[in-house]
Design a protein around this ligand. Structure first.
Ligand code: IMP
Ligand code: MG
Length: 189
């Protein structure tokens, strides 16, 4: 966990409802390299299909795929969960489905954040029904103590407090995805 640095927090973002840096750009970069190396070792004989959950995981996916020294394949799906902006209802709508067949594949779901775990729980069942050989999860962030659904996450970047955060793909009302660090959000959603 870091504090503001000139790279993380420049004057152009002053006046927005951004609080403390929860994970700095440097910490993210370092951890993504470690995760990439772990994934390379674990999947050396069977390069995985990385499934990015749009939109929140785009930044993470773009960096993670380049940190894995294996010929991985990538695909994208988009989900949206009904409910208030900062809390998920657990009812998930598939906005964009995958293009590739999962049968016999080693699938690694790339997620931005696991909060209640309801979204991931739904995705696991949905994708698990397509006969992948293996189905695992790489989540950048895990909200401490918030899981309503038990999750076994093969890879986790950072465990963070349960406060709402933005940046590095994570949004509030579609904004702040383009920040290069993760910040607490102090405004109203
Ligand atoms: P869950 O179903 O409660 O685990 O929530 C998962 C989804 O809610 C994530 O994939 C995010 O899109 C969104 N989400 C949860 N917490 C945050 C947050 O702190 N900031 C931005 N989006 C979040
Ligand atoms: Mg998401």
């Amino acid at each position: 966990m870091g504090t503001h640095t000139s790279k993380d927090f420049t004057a152009k973002w002053a006046g927005h409802d951004l609080g403390e840096v929860v994970v700095s750009a440097k910490e993210i970069h370092q951890r993504v390299l470690e995760l990439g190396a772990e994934i390379r070792d674990d999947y050396a004989d069977n390069p995985p299909l990385l499934v990015c959950v749009l939109k929140g995981a785009i930044n993470f996916m773009a960096d993670l795929m380049r940190a894995i020294e294996l010929p991985v394949e990538v695909d994208f799906m988009a989900v949206s969960s009904y409910g208030a902006a900062t809390k998920t209802s657990g009812v998930v709508r598939i906005v964009k489905d995958l293009d590739v067949d999962l049968a016999g594949r080693d699938v690694l779901i790339v997620e931005d954040v696991v909060d209640s775990g309801l979204t991931l729980n739904y995705l696991r069942q949905y994708l698990g029904a397509r006969s992948p050989r293996s189905l695992e999860v790489c989540a950048l962030l895990l909200k401490a103590g918030e899981q309503r659904v038990e999750q076994s996450l093969k890879y986790v970047g950072f465990t963070i407090p349960s406060d709402f955060v933005v940046g590095y793909g994570l949004d509030v009302n579609e904004r702040y995805r383009n920040l290069d660090a993760i910040y607490s959000f102090t405004g109203k959603a």
